[in-house]
Design a protein around this ligand. Structure first.
Ligand SMILES: Nc1ncnc2c1ncn2[C@@H]1O[C@H](COP(=O)(O)OP(=O)(O)OP(=O)(O)O)[C@@H](O)[C@H]1O
Ligand SMILES: [Mg+2]
Length: 499
């Protein structure tokens, strides 16, 4: 078959126009367009397949800061790249650029991108939101919907959240150039790493795993150790432009983590808190044996928000109230079955101000029980709540909990406080017995849950670091954590006085 010349095509088009054959005209237009596209693609591959940073600058007219460049070059040069990074460094943004560069510089049909994250909500709302934005701004080929990218009606990328145990999750992809992106990699179970690995065995394939190093027992941790065969990049907040002074355009600087946030977290969480190490330094911490609650346990206490919970899973609805005395905050925490929910706070130690706030929380949550720390000011709050109940203002049970009293297992625990921290804080975290994924004020509360240390007293009983000592060490009382513990505390009823 002879290749049509420019003149022969023009002649053919004129004939079709005269005949009014729009269908045939459209076919010719599509053929010409895809020919042009293919030529442009070849040129892009030549220019940018080995120059992802140039691709971002010239094709998208965007800039990437030094660590983002390092990530892009690592994906070019290494089959497996792991990025453990602080919060707000531009991880997910970079991952979206890598995905788009990959598809824009390889022929469709030969390249494929698979992305995953611990929950489908994260797949759709984080990485694919960025991919859609990059696709739109760069006027890249094809169509992108919620979690799929099609070019010439061919599927070239998708985001999935397969079942956790599904090792064959990504089977059936046979492209030569496969790129797998695992975002929020700490929450990705081992089987999916196996599935991702199986997809990327040939030398032209790549895996990019990127996330916050918040669980010391995760598979992500294993790939981040030297000798694992992964190229590992670490990003601390102290490496980012707002802290190093690296020159980036103002809108980029504004979007990235800033010095103020870093300083605030150092003060609020303490620099030896595992949350500080993970969110600020981008480093894993050890599960210290003397910490009451382990970082790896609490990081796993997340139910996928799209999981449909049965009505009984969301019962009982109860509140925990940590009453602030001496300038501390009063914190009220809601629990709905396994799920930790809303929080109400006030800076007052006056019972007549605190009780109306608790009443508001009872009304808003429909709680059937309120457990109040009865030491000091709490006693007055319990009295006020009892009055409100007798006036018919609410019908919640008011439960006084005095944590300085004897434990229900006095041979094992020094006091009730140690028992609650151990059995509720440590125990529920170990058993994934509570869901902290949608908890309001989550980071602050988790940081406080990770703060207390424990040891054994002269009688061999477990004791938990006193609140005053934690306060001295952190400069702040762990009120949010105490309210959470009370919200979930339902053991040792014999030790609880019913008001
Ligand atoms: N090079 C860049 N140019 C423009 N905007 C950027 C750039 N890098 C990051 N951003 C923006 O900075 C913000 C934070 O980026 P991103 O969400 O990727 O960070 P992250 O490290 O994944 O954060 P998180 O810790 O919340 O997961 C986003 O609004 C993102 O679009
Ligand atoms: Mg992210």
């Amino acid at each position: 078959m002879t290749t049509p010349t420019r003149d022969s095509i023009r002649h053919q088009v004129e004939q079709l126009v005269r005949a009014g054959d729009t269908k045939a005209l459209r076919e010719i237009r599509d053929q010409l367009r895809s020919k042009v596209d293919r030529r442009a693609l070849q040129q892009r591959s030549r220019l940018y397949a080995h120059n992802p940073v140039g691709w971002v600058q010239e094709r998208l007219r965007q800039i990437v800061w030094s660590k983002q460049r390092e990530i892009m070059l690592s994906v070019r040069d290494h089959r497996r790249t792991a990025v453990r990074s602080c919060h707000g460094a531009g991880k997910s943004h970079t991952a979206s650029l890598v995905a788009s560069w990959w598809l824009d510089t390889h022929p469709p049909g030969e390249a494929f991108v698979v992305t995953s994250a611990p929950t489908f909500a994260q797949v759709r709302a984080i990485l694919w939101r960025y991919i859609r934005r990059t696709h739109r701004r760069g006027k890249l080929a094809g169509r992108v919907n919620q979690t799929e990218w099609h070019i010439d009606d061919e599927l070239v990328a998708f985001g999935r959240k397969p079942a956790d145990h599904d090792e064959s999750a990504f089977q059936g992809i046979h492209a030569r150039y496969v790129l797998v992106i695992l975002d929020e990699a700490c929450g990705i179970p081992e089987q999916l790493w196996v599935a991702a690995d199986a997809l990327t065995t040939n030398a032209d394939c790549r895996i990019l795993a990127i996330g916050n190093p918040d669980s010391p027992s995760s598979h992500f941790r294993k790939v981040c150790v030297p000798g694992s065969g992964w190229h590992v990049i670490g990003i601390s907040a102290f490496d980012t432009p707002n802290l190093t002074g690296e020159d980036v355009p103002e809108p980029v600087a504004q979007a990235l983590v800033g010095r103020e946030w870093v300083e605030e977290k150092a003060a609020e969480w303490g620099e030896d808190n595992p949350l500080y190490r993970s969110k600020v330094l981008g480093e894993f911490s050890e599960d210290a044996p003397n910490r009451v609650v382990r970082a790896s346990d609490i990081a796993a206490c997340r139910i996928d928000p799209e999981t449909k919970l049965k009505a009984e899973d969301l019962e009982p609805v109860e509140l925990g109230v940590d009453v602030g005395g001496g300038g501390d905050e009063t914190v009220i925490r809601e629990r709905r079955g396994r799920r930790a929910g809303r929080e109400w706070r006030a800076h007052t130690d006056r019972p007549e101000k605190i009780a109306p706030l608790v009443l508001q929380a009872i009304m808003e949550s429909g709680a059937g029980a309120v457990k109040v720390d009865s030491i000091g000011v709490g006693f007055g709050v319990i009295g006020e709540l009892r009055n409100l109940a007798s006036q018919g203002k609410h019908r919640a049970r008011v439960v006084a909990v005095n944590v300085s009293e004897k434990a229900s297992k006095p041979d094992k625990f020094k006091n009730l406080r140690a028992e609650i921290w151990w059995e509720v804080g440590r125990g529920l975290s170990e058993r994934k017995g509570w869901d902290l994924s949608v908890m309001e004020n989550g980071d602050t509360t988790v940081a406080q849950m990770l703060a207390p240390l424990w040891d054994v007293d002269a009688q061999g009983r477990i004791q938990v670091e006193p609140k005053d000592e934690i306060k001295k060490r952190l400069g702040r009382s762990p009120d949010n954590a105490d309210a959470l513990l009370l919200a979930f505390y339902n053991g040792g009823r014999t030790r609880v006085r019913w008001v």
